[in-house]
Design a protein around this ligand. Structure first.
Ligand code: HEM
Ligand code: HEM
Length: 343
């Protein structure tokens, strides 16, 4: 399989199944090459990877139940039995799609909100289960007694009650869904620049387009901002990084120390790292490979002085790190810096 390899000495990129024996630019041997994350795929697989199943599935019951009510209303006026049958088919179709809406909603809850235990999600789950129950009850009732509305007894009223409950559920589910979508607006891949395009837009554009990784996590350590540089450096698209824990980029061996330090900073509101301090750590790419990262952090304080989140500006310094290591090895082996600088 073709992959891309980068020379950590001069930055040359080689494409092939394996790194070259010798770098054609600087002469470094193959051990100096590191694999680069795969380039973004195009075509069907990329389209499927970003396919938004939940909004699509959710709009089925959201659209079909009000339409079923419209058909029932028309049936009441025109007395055409076909309209009542059509309404029943819509109810059955909407009910059949509810498990997909429920499943995809649960998946997006994990994926986009890290399974956050907020009431809105539990309300959505309860409403989705109620919708399913009412849909199944309406289907069983109407299937067992096709003429229940014309007969005018309690089964007909119960059927209408189920359909009214379904309408209420889809309205509330859509309402809460819209709130969640707007909440995601605060957790952006690329911050939207101010519309005027003037100097006010510059900070947004700089964050969005900087070649350095600029990312931010909320107080719970969930990634909320991930710019283009972060996508490039970590090889993880923003859609996959946002909503995930910072563990995504922290090698397992360092996670405990990181979260210990993090916990202290969140409770005390103070970090021991100064403003001008650059930290150097090994970081994890999306494909599991490691690189040497240098970064500074910015504490994001809220109005009350508490910490709302932490931003990091991070750069891949593997090449410099390898050079320093090589220089140190050459110095230790007896060569001077002048000798070391000569390729
Ligand atoms: C039949 C059941 C459901 C319906 C009809 C429904 C409806 C919707 C709608 C209309 C949206 C707005 C989509 C958009 O405009 O882009 C939405 C978004 C959302 N819903 Fe649901 N929902 C259902 C079940 C659930 C469940 C059980 C959960 C999990 C707790 C959930 C979690 C979400 C999330 C996280 C969003 C934000 C967008 C996203 O990340 O996909 N939903 N929902
Ligand atoms: C890239 C991989 C990362 C690694 C390997 C890592 C590792 C660590 C380690 C070892 C500590 C403990 C330091 C000590 O005890 O002196 C720490 C603390 C901390 N890290 Fe990370 N970290 C990483 C990414 C991040 C990012 C991206 C952020 C911010 C968004 C961050 C924010 C913090 C904070 C706020 C502390 C506490 C600092 C303090 O004690 O004042 N880290 N991390």
């Amino acid at each position: 399989m073709t992959a891309r390899w980068q020379c950590t000495i001069c930055g040359y990129i080689h494409t092939g199944a394996a790194p070259p024996d010798v770098c054609p630019v600087c002469g470094a041997d193959r051990t100096k090459f590191i694999p680069l994350p795969a380039e973004r795929q195009g075509g069907l697989s990329a389209a499927l990877a970003v396919f938004k199943l939940h909004p699509v599935a959710a709009h089925f019951p959201g659209g079909l139940i009000p339409t079923a009510w419209l058909f029932l209303g028309l049936h009441a006026v025109y007395r055409d039995p076909g309209l009542e049958v059509a309404a029943f088919w819509l109810v059955m179709l909407a009910t059949a799609v509810v498990p997909v809406s429920l499943g995809s909603g649960l998946r997006d809850w994990q994926k986009h909100f890290g399974g956050e235990r907020a009431a809105i999600f539990f309300r959505k789950i309860a409403l989705a289960l109620t919708l399913l129950t009412l849909g199944l009850a309406a289907t069983v009732l109407r299937y067992g007694q096709p003429g229940l509305l014309a007969a005018g007894g309690w089964p007909g009223w119960l059927y209408l009650f189920c359909l009214a409950g379904m309408l209420g559920c889809v309205v509330l589910l859509g309402h809460y869904g819209a709130i969640l979508v707007s909440r995601q607006g605060g957790a952006r891949a690329v911050p939207r620049p101010a519309p005027a395009g003037g100097i006010d837009a510059w900070p947004g554009l700089i964050v969005a387009q900087a070649p350095d990784a600029i990312l931010a996590a909320d107080a719970g350590g969930v990634i909320r901002l991930w710019n283009r540089g972060a996508e490039r450096i970590f090889g993880v698209p923003a859609a996959q990084a946002i909503g995930r824990s910072l563990d995504l980029i922290i090698p397992e061996s360092l996670r405990q120390r990181h979260w210990q330090g993090w916990g202290k900073v969140m409770s005390s509101g103070v970090s021991r790292y100064g403003e001008a301090e650059l930290l150097r750590v090994p970081a994890l790419r999306g494909d599991g490979s490691r690189f040497s990262a240098e970064f500074s952090i910015v504490m994001l304080k809220d109005e009350d002085g508490g910490i709302a989140g932490v931003a990091a500006i991070l750069r891949d310094v593997t090449v410099q790190w390898e050079r320093e290591k090589q220089l140190r090895e050459q110095l230790a082996a007896g060569g001077g810096p002048a000798a070391a600088a000569t390729p």
